[in-house]
Design a protein around this ligand. Sequence first.
Ligand SMILES: Cc1cc2nc3c(=O)[nH]c(=O)nc-3n(C[C@H](O)[C@H](O)[C@H](O)COP(=O)(O)OP(=O)(O)OC[C@H]3O[C@@H](n4cnc5c(N)ncnc54)[C@H](O)[C@@H]3O)c2cc1C
Length: 438
Amino acid sequence: MNKYLYDVVIIGGGPAGLSTGIKLAQKGLKTLLIERGRFCGAKNLFGGVVYTSSIKEIVPEFPEVDPSPVERPVTEEGYFFLSKEGVVKILHTKKRADESFTALRAKFDAFLSEYALKKGIDLAPKTKVIDFIRNNGFIEGVIVDRPTSFEDPSPATIKAKVVVIAEGVNRLLTEKAGLVTKTFEPEEVVLAVKEVLQLPKGELEARFGLSNNQGLAVEIFGEITKGLPGTGFLYTNKTTISFGIGIFLKSLMDLNLKPYEILEYAKLHPYFRELFKGSETLEYGAHLIPEWGIKGLPKPYGNGVLVVGDAAGLVNPLFREGTNLAIYSGLMAAEAIFYAFEKGDFTERSLRRYEELFKDSFIYKDLVMLKDLKTFLLSNSHLFQVYPEMIYDICSLYFSAQGRYKRDVIREIFGIIKKKRGYWGILRDFVKIGRFLW
Ligand SMILES: Cc1cc2nc3c(=O)[nH]c(=O)nc-3n(C[C@H](O)[C@H](O)[C@H](O)COP(=O)(O)OP(=O)(O)OC[C@H]3O[C@@H](n4cnc5c(N)ncnc54)[C@H](O)[C@@H]3O)c2cc1C
């Protein structure tokens, strides 16, 4: 058997794996990153928006980099409440235009991997890790889906002192490493589908009222998911739009719904039909989002192994945070690895350092705060059905100026509230939401 020796092997070239690699390279650790895709980003899909503060931790010169890995600065951000008939928009213009950017993963991850290569890590694309080399309860490297040599067709092995699992949401290897007992249940993941739409040339900025260095990021509630617990999203890229939906897998399975049908249905909504008129679908894809929360986190360390990013369940769906948490977890993993190298001890005694750093971080505190999020959303699905319709109906009346006595209009508005949810119902919802967030 062929045996290579690295200090660290990282499985997965998403933001978690790449940030770990970039940080490790700073101290000259011999690091190999293995990515199953043709290049980093080739297989990855997100909304999405990336956040400057986290990227600067690994690429200090960002966003002043050439070529740019991002699309547009997010200058306008907010929510759309979509009813069957129309939309109510709440948008705010951001104080700072450089806090976040829209991005496409094929470009963003590829940029980070080029950067990591320049910093000195090795990269093995088109290679899939299929198992680990184990020795007396220790993980001592990985086994990949490539033959050892022309003469020896058995899978190649690569030895390392520490293996970092950055495989994303599927966490098959995390399970193989014995750090979780099961992958996930349908109520623990959101299934997202997304299309990248190209508008006729020059139309994007005109349709969204943007100049060439402005961008829009919107989350959409209500009819976009047919009122199911989940959201839609719309982000403007340089010349395209990222448009998609994410719905709890359990809700889709219960109702036997296919997410693509819901997305197609959303595109037929009068508002989006007009907005996307003449557009062409360039890409589409589907991906899971981990929502197992703090209660379902894997043990993030073991003897010779650490887990980072989505594989560790580090997503904050309420605040649309994922890539940044992946990056921060990669940095914390690298710190723990430095500590282990200082001590010359790669057992879980040293690598536990990662969990200590994690528990001290805002990521852990946020996950604790949102510990009941999925239960809350799944058991309050009316929030996604009733409110967008009600808000739209109220706005339609309020802004109608139809030559009526305004007290009658206000009475009608109260009538809508009473009919759709009832005053007590609304009060109960506010108390529930308040309690949940506090
Ligand atoms: C629809 C959608 C919208 C989102 N929107 C946003 C957003 O707007 N902003 C945000 O911050 N986050 C967003 N997220 C979340 C964000 O994408 C993730 O949290 C983030 O990508 C996690 O990074 P990661 O490196 O842990 O995993 P991933 O990005 O999934 O990377 C995992 C990598 O591991 C590779 N891999 C897997 N198994 C193997 C193997 N056996 N061998 C070799 N390689 C392997 C994969 O090919 C992949 O490259 C969104 C997610 C989705 C699905």
